[in-house]
Design a protein around this ligand. Structure first.
Ligand SMILES: C[S@@+](CC[C@H](N)C(=O)[O-])C[C@H]1O[C@@H](n2cnc3c(N)ncnc32)[C@H](O)[C@@H]1O
Length: 189
């Protein structure tokens, strides 16, 4: 699995929603995150951070960011892209941070691939301070991979009662029209 992501790393940012090279796509993600995160500076952990594109947006917005990923090649790119953030090699299922240390847990397109999403989410929720926020961007893609919004909401509700689900069908997030299910789920402690 890690080897696969190491191989993917070189071309990962070529996808519009990965590299956010298009200013409109980048602005859409910046505004989406601004709408769900607390005011800066917040301490954010990006689990499965990939090449650090979202970490870059968050640091630019004034947040303090920890990034975790299992792929050394992804992390090498993330460190180059966001020298201000602190990146760690590790497993998002068991993030190596102390309880109650983060205002925000962010995870985009990783929960679905973990072996036990409810157990992972419980571990993530423990990282949050009281009043903290978990932001999960996930999807249920054409090939049947991923999690539906209802499935992700159910995972979040195993820990949090305050849950919002926002569909993300707009092409501006993806750099193209989509016909599958993509969304953000926010859980609040
Ligand atoms: C689809 S990419 C998403 C990257 C980033 N979150 C984004 O939205 O651009 C999946 C990332 O999760 C990482 N990953 C997969 N399984 C992981 C695990 N168990 N622990 C930590 N990172 C993992 C991969 O190395 C890869 O960087």
């Amino acid at each position: 699995m890690t080897d696969d992501w190491d191989v993917e790393a070189a071309a990962y940012d070529d996808a519009p929603d990965h590299g956010l090279a298009d200013p409109d796509v980048r602005a859409a993600w910046r505004d989406l995150l601004r709408g769900v995160l607390p005011a800066a500076p917040a301490r954010v952990v990006d689990l499965g951070c990939g090449t650090g594109t979202l970490a870059r947006l968050l640091v630019d917005a004034g947040h303090a960011v920890d990034g975790l990923d299992a792929s050394p090649e992804m992390l090498r790119r993330a460190r180059a892209k966001v020298p201000e953030a602190r990146f760690t090699l590790g497993d998002a299922s068991t993030p190596p941070y102390a309880a109650g240390t983060h205002d925000v847990v962010l995870c985009r397109h990783v929960l679905w691939a973990l072996p036990d999403p409810p157990a992972a989410y419980a571990a993530w929720a423990r990282l949050l301070v009281p009043g903290g926020v978990a932001v999960l961007v996930e999807g249920h893609w054409g090939a049947g991979a991923g999690l539906t919004a209802a499935q992700t909401e159910a995972v979040v509700r195993t820990v949090h009662d305050d849950v919002t689900v926002r569909p993300l069908p707009e092409a501006v997030y993806w750099g193209r029209e989509i016909d599958d299910e993509r969304y953000v789920v926010v859980g609040r402690s």
